[in-house]
Design a protein around this ligand. Structure first.
Ligand code: ADP
Ligand code: MG
Length: 548
């Protein structure tokens, strides 16, 4: 990858986008104006309030790449893994004389995200320059919203599965301090062979929403659940694709430890976390490391650390030593960003297409994951933990509802097939729901066969496996080909039942002395004889008679 990259000096020859020199008048939205021992969730009440116990404190800073076809202040396209420096406008490369043109779509995405996270959306927000000196930041500063961000004071509600069986849904809140719009930087690629650093500016200027959370969480598991919920919300809104491994969602974890009731401890900031699983591990490792340091009589340093997923450790990063002076200043080329409450509040002469109206975005908010889960529980009578499984898997709710449409089987019975059989098979082969070889209608047909008494439930599972192996074959075809239909020939069942009764005198004795549960064992034996095909209702009746 590095070899095909273009060195900084060659950059200007490679700029394909020559679009950013738009006159000021065309400003779009111008602003005319785990399981961790430290987790509170799992500690018994006594341990939680014990003053000597050190507990973790976690606050996340999350950068979400805005899902937009163009960058925050230029018309250059946004795409992942395009050839290096193929998506760079003059503005992105910071050529003198270029000016920022605010992308309306990015503002709408931030407003939508703010509304979905219960934030107060500021009718006026400001842009500032934050100075860094990195080769991948050609202007020498990033445009961000330091003084007055677009949204503040929100809440993200997320849930954890707790309790002994881990099936109790516990709701928790984390406060969103603010959401700010800012530019992404480019990427530096180090070519060790030629000992050069190469610069790719494709990402430079892509719109980001930075979400700053208050330090309300206490362990990796909570942070992981909160980020997963955020990811689902952003995906439902369509404001960010949320893929952590592609860097669309980047999470920095601030971690400290303290004794409850005492002031917060010194924090470290853990970076380089590219999956939710690693986020939980990195945080729990860091909490334990800090506890160990303090218990050995040491002090925690305020530093940036990187998570190494191979070793599972966090290690100090060398590049950010010392305090940075960002020399913040107002961005002189961008006026304040003004939003309007509703159409009625638009000043005369303002074109509604050129501005962002909060009310319109509110009306267009889609169903959020938490609402979807509640709806699924209420409409179908399924368990809350099943609603989590459904909503967590891309496409699974649609699949489930499509099966329901095609069968008379109760939703509560269908859910097990979808979350156990189907999802189990998909996970085993690392497949997504849309890749399933069994379509919703094919599964519905199988469940119908079972529901109408043509096959038993254990045979249904065999047929499912066969359908998985031979896509295209219907449940009925498989049942007929392999002669798996329910055996309801009473005479034949009588013979089999008699055989089982005769060869199990102890069980028969137990049933006769009142232990009716043992009948299930005999039923199981009959099913074994018939390879699961015997009509269970008939078998039960026959066995009951023979053991009475
Ligand atoms: P700064 O402006 O220095 O970045 P902030 O107060 O804005 O500091 O906090 C940045 C992030 O660090 C926030 O996500 C916040 O929740 C988190 N944070 C602040 N103090 C602590 C602490 N003692 N322990 C853990 N996280 C913290
Ligand atoms: Mg910060």
């Amino acid at each position: 990858m590095a070899a095909s990259c273009v060195a900084a000096s060659e950059l200007l020859n490679n700029i394909k986008q020559i679009s950013a020199l738009r006159p000021k008048a065309s400003y779009a939205v111008r602003a005319v104006s785990t399981t961790s021992p430290q987790c509170h969730a799992q500690l018994p009440q006594r341990a939680r309030s014990a003053p000597q116990q050190l507990v973790g404190v976690v606050g996340l800073e999350i950068h979400a790449q805005i899902n937009s076809s163009t960058k925050l202040f230029s018309g250059a396209p946004v795409r992942f893994s395009a050839p290096p420096n193929s998506l760079v406008s003059f503005f992105d490369a910071s050529l003198p004389g270029t000016l920022p043109v605010l992308n309306k779509r990015c503002v709408e995405a931030a407003v939508m995200t703010g509304l979905a996270l219960n934030c107060a959306v500021n009718r006026k927000s400001l842009f500032d320059r934050k100075h860094y000196f990195y080769a991948d930041l050609p202007a020498g500063y990033q445009i961000t919203q330091q003084r007055l961000p677009i949204a503040v004071d929100g809440v993200l509600t997320y849930s954890l599965l707790g309790g002994k069986k881990r099936n109790q849904v516990m709701r928790k809140n984390v406060t969103i301090k603010q959401i700010q719009l800012e530019q992404d930087s480019g990427k530096s690629l180090h070519d060790d062979v030629r000992s050069q650093t190469l610069i790719d500016l494709n990402r430079a200027g892509v719109g980001l929403m930075e979400l700053v959370m208050e330090p309300d969480m206490s362990c990796g598991e909570e942070a992981a659940a909160a980020v997963r919920e955020l990811q689902l919300i952003l995906q439902a809104l369509g404001t960010c694709q949320g893929n952590m491994s592609e860097g669309q969602l980047r999470v920095d974890a601030n971690v400290s430890v303290h004794r409850p009731g005492e002031p917060l401890g010194v924090r470290t900031e853990v970076k380089n976390i590219n999956s939710i699983r690693y986020l939980a591990r990195a945080i729990d490792y860091e909490i334990q490391r800090q506890i160990d340091v303090l218990q050995r009589g040491g002090t925690v340093q305020n530093e940036t650390r990187a998570y190494d997923s191979k070793s599972g450790e966090t290690l100090p990063m060398r590049d950010k030593e010392g305090l940075q002076d960002y020399r913040f200043m107002p961005e002189p080329n961008l006026p304040p960003l003004i939003l309007y409450e509703d159409d009625a509040s638009l000043p005369t002469g303002i074109d509604a297409c050129q501005v962002v109206v909060v009310q319109k975005i509110k009306e267009g908010l889609p169903e959020l994951p938490s609402v979807k889960r509640d709806r699924l529980v209420q409409t179908y009578g399924i368990l809350p933990e099943h609603s989590f499984t459904l909503v967590n898997e891309d496409g699974l709710v649609d699949y489930f509802e499509a099966v329901l449409k095609a069968t008379k089987k109760e939703p509560r019975k269908v859910i097990g097939w979808v979350t156990n059989e189907l999802l189990g098979h998909l996970k085993q082969q690392d497949m997504s729901v849309c890749q399933s070889p069994i379509s919703p209608s094919a599964l519905a047909e199988l469940l119908e066969l079972q529901e109408t008494g043509h096959i038993s439930s254990s045979v249904a599972k065999q047929v499912f496996q066969e359908m998985w192996r031979s896509p295209g074959k219907t449940a009925l075809q498989i049942t007929q080909e392999q002669d798996l239909g329910l055996v309801s020939d009473t005479a034949q069942l009588h013979i089999i039942c008699q055989k089982v009764v005769d060869s199990h005198p102890d069980e028969v004795h137990a049933i006769r002395s009142g232990n009716k549960k043992v009948l299930n064992k005999l039923m199981g034996l009959v099913q074994k004889e018939t390879k699961g095909r015997a009509d269970p209702v008939l078998v039960r009746a026959i066995l009951q008679k023979k053991t009475s």
